[in-house]
Design a protein around this ligand. Structure first.
Ligand SMILES: CN(C)C(=N)NCCC[C@H](N)C(=O)O
Length: 266
């Protein structure tokens, strides 16, 4: 067992079948380019490394078109990894590799479904937005009420509290909002179910501007498809690393979905 130096991030190489990935809230694009996707994925991984992350590759799952969106297969809080129960049947085989990687990384690994909860337990990691000791969980798309309750059961063991949030407009909660360390929730208003539900909401001018990965310090990673939002973050004192991820956006992905981050304080 080799525990990666932190900050670390799990990533998963795109499947050659990426273009067959699921789309729910957007129109299917007929020009997903697997070679360009691989180049963009490598650029994303390089950006994490340049920011000081140790990247750990989860074994590829070539038969799972959406497996590059590794965030959906596990939720990590501190040293605990909760292997999820993806809401889409085609994505359920992705969890075996995620579990193996989490075990190999020396994390304490539990299965979401091992929880004393009634009802159908389903949850995608993209529905879990962590802000301090709170995990907001989007319910209504891929994640069920029982899934949120099961996550609450597991995260309670590491002192975290789950707050369910109903979602309707987007695939995942993190498709509509992400958060800065001070609790500011960032979103593109037309795609946010209820901006007023967030105590500190920052509206950005582009859909892709809603997705930030805080790399530590004052740096955020985001898509290069949101230049005005990037400027807004710069004006607020953030350094922005912008990466091209357009091939993944065509499949309803964003910067958060392409990795699972492990921080000392997470
Ligand atoms: C925060 N987001 C958006 C995610 N964590 N995952 C995106 C998964 C996209 C995939 N085609 C699907 O439909 O499952």
């Amino acid at each position: 067992m080799t525990t990666p130096a932190r900050p670390a991030a799990f990533v998963r190489r795109p499947s050659p079948r990426l273009s067959e990935g699921l789309v729910t809230h957007i129109e299917r694009s007929d020009d997903v380019d697997p070679d360009l996707a691989l180049t963009q994925w490598q650029g994303y991984v390089d950006a994490l490394r340049a920011a000081g992350y140790t990247t750990v590759e989860v074994d590829p799952a070539p038969d799972c078109p959406d497996s590059v969106f590794v965030e959906d297969a596990m939720v990590v809080a501190g040293d605990l990894a909760v292997v999820t129960a993806p809401g889409a049947p085609s994505r359920q085989p992705e969890t075996d590799g995620a579990r193996a990687a989490a075990v190999a990384a020396g994390l304490t690994v539990v299965d979401l479904t091992d929880a004393p909860v009634e009802g159908t337990i389903a949850l995608d990691g993209g529905d879990v937005l962590k802000v301090g000791d709170t995990a907001y969980v989007g319910v209504g798309g891929r994640t069920t009420e029982a899934g949120a309750q099961a996550l609450a059961h597991h995260l309670a063991t590491v002192g975290r509290t789950v707050v369910p949030v109903q979602i309707r407009k987007t695939l995942h909660l993190k498709s509509q909002v992400t958060a800065l360390p001070d609790g500011t929730v960032v979103g593109y208003e037309p795609l946010v179910d209820d901006p007023a539900a967030w105590p500190s909401f920052l509206a950005v001018p582009e859909p892709e501007g809603a997705h930030v990965v805080v790399l530590g310090g004052q740096t955020v990673l985001m898509s290069d498809q949101a230049p005005q939002s990037a400027q807004l973050f710069r004006d607020r004192g953030w350094e922005v690393v912008a990466v091209p991820i357009g091939e993944f956006v065509k499949l309803e992905g964003c910067v958060t979905c392409l990795s699972v981050r492990l921080h000392d304080t997470d």
